[in-house]
Ligand binder design. Structure first.
Ligand SMILES: Cc1ncc(COP(=O)(O)O)c(C=O)c1O
Length: 422
């Protein structure tokens, strides 16, 4: 028997005993044209704004106004070490040591920096394995890295594909391609949660198998960080990159992040694209001509960080620290399971869920394949304040985010969505 029920009283009852329900009030919800709060299920694309964000930015604007350049060294939170205010909380979400993470740049820029260090192709080992349908920016980045190293992207990019008529990859198919091709794979780079299907890969298994085969392993955590608990230090991938505007609620284009495993903390011999902010801190301001990297992930920094863009992330990270990623995941599993249950109860042939049914193989997102006219349906829903997003050719993506979505949101969404097909 299902743990869920179809009526609205079920949603009301679960919301009433949800220990995380109070966090909803900490966020602004967009308002629809009728003046009502939107039904916002788009945290996989752009997370909502914490109400405390203004104050964090305002504080730094005031420091700047009051102190000018002295703000780098004085004030409540001097800007020189400002990025470190995020290290502990970021590390908690990544399952890493604070020295293994750094908040900097944007995702694609970080991916290039990581590839510059970790993609070191040889005549025998030169391939990069990605999932087919990886996010386009990742595909562009790795293809350009392959070409930059003088190899042919046509031969060097290996794509792991779902079987015919299946919508996501089977674990055993990922394993078998790594076993079969491993000796020629230089880097395995997977989106930890695939942006289109919502599939969460078996990151520890992939890491250990990849390493057994001698490959470097890296993950794009854009859709994973803040969505599912991660244990990067223990799982042991070599690197990971992410953005902060999805589940991390840092705001549009917010600064991304990077993980470099401790085993590479002092790998100063690795090739790297250098900048002064990655230079050994005590001697950085001697302004010498030779680059000496800092130990740890900070050694990949290029520039002094944009404080006004880091400030919003502090607002969100404070909330994450209070809520706790394990508690959020527990709620997320039931919220998403509830959405799946309600969608299935409609028994509509007009749409199907293409995200894995196994809760261990997905995060908050469900990707719904719509047989006909999905795009215009999605636009009509958006005009009414029901916000998910559309990915060509046929996928409507929605995510019930445990920090700010309720069971009632899920109930109302499925009512509105399903009514379009009856
Ligand atoms: C999976 C994935 N990778 C990469 C990117 C690109 O991120 P950025 O624009 O921060 O480089 C995105 C953006 O949405 C993404 O979803």
């Amino acid at each position: 028997m299902s743990e869920f029920q179809t009526g609205p009283e079920f949603a009301a009852a679960v919301d009433a005993r949800d220990p995380l329900a109070r966090f909803r009030d900490r966020f602004y919800f967009p308002v629809a044209s009728d003046g009502q709060e939107c039904l916002y299920l788009c945290g996989h694309s752009l997370g909502l704004q914490p109400k405390s964000t203004h104050a964090y930015i305002e504080q730094e604007l005031q420091e700047w106004a009051k102190r000018g350049v002295e703000g780098h060294f004085h004030g409540r939170n001097p800007w020189m070490p400002y990025h470190r205010l995020l290290a502990k909380q970021t590390a908690a979400l990544a399952g890493a040591l604070p020295s293994e993470v750094v908040v900097m740049n944007s995702l694609t820029a970080n991916l290039h920096l990581m590839m510059a260090s970790f993609y070191c192709p040889t005549a025998d080992r030169y391939k990069i394995l990605i999932e087919s349908g990886a996010f386009p920016s990742d595909q562009y980045a790795v293809k350009s890295q392959i070409a930059f190293q003088g190899f042919n992207p046509e031969e060097s990019l290996l794509e792991c594909r779902p079987r015919d008529s299946e919508s996501y990859l089977r674990d055993e198919d990922i394993a078998s391609i790594i076993e079969r091709e491993g000796s020629s794979i230089a880097v395995i780079l997977l989106g930890a949660v695939n942006y289109a299907s919502g599939q969460l890969f078996n990151l520890p298994e992939i890491t250990s198998l990849g390493h057994r085969m001698g490959c470097v392993v890296g993950f794009d955590l854009a859709h994973a960080i803040g969505n599912v608990p991660l244990h990067l230090h223990d799982w042991g991938p070599d690197f990971a990159v992410w953005c902060s505007y999805k589940y991390l609620n840092g705001g549009p284009g917010c600064v991304g992040g990077c993980f470099v495993h401790e085993r590479h903390a002092r790998a100063f011999e690795l090739p790297r694209f250098a900048g002064w902010w990655g230079h050994d801190e005590p001697t950085r301001f001697r302004m010498g001509p030779d680059f000496q990297p800092m130990a740890g992930a900070e050694g990949w920094q290029l520039s002094n960080p944009p404080i006004l863009a880091l400030a919003p992330l502090r607002a969100s990270m404070e909330i994450f620290a209070e809520a706790g990623i394990e508690r959020l995941r527990a709620k997320s599993l039931t919220l998403t399971g509830y959405m799946e249950f309600l969608l299935q109860q409609t028994h509509s042939p007009a749409f199907s869920i293409l995200t894995p049914a196994d809760p261990n193989r997905r995060g908050a997102q469900l990707s719904i394949r719509i047989a006909h006219d999905g795009r215009s349906l999605c636009d009509r829903l958006a005009a009414e304040g029901v916000i998910g997003d559309w990915r060509e050719p046929d996928t409507f993506r929605v995510a019930a985010v445990p920090l700010y979505n309720s069971y009632r949101d899920v109930y109302r969404f499925v009512q509105r969505f399903a009514s379009r097909f009856s």
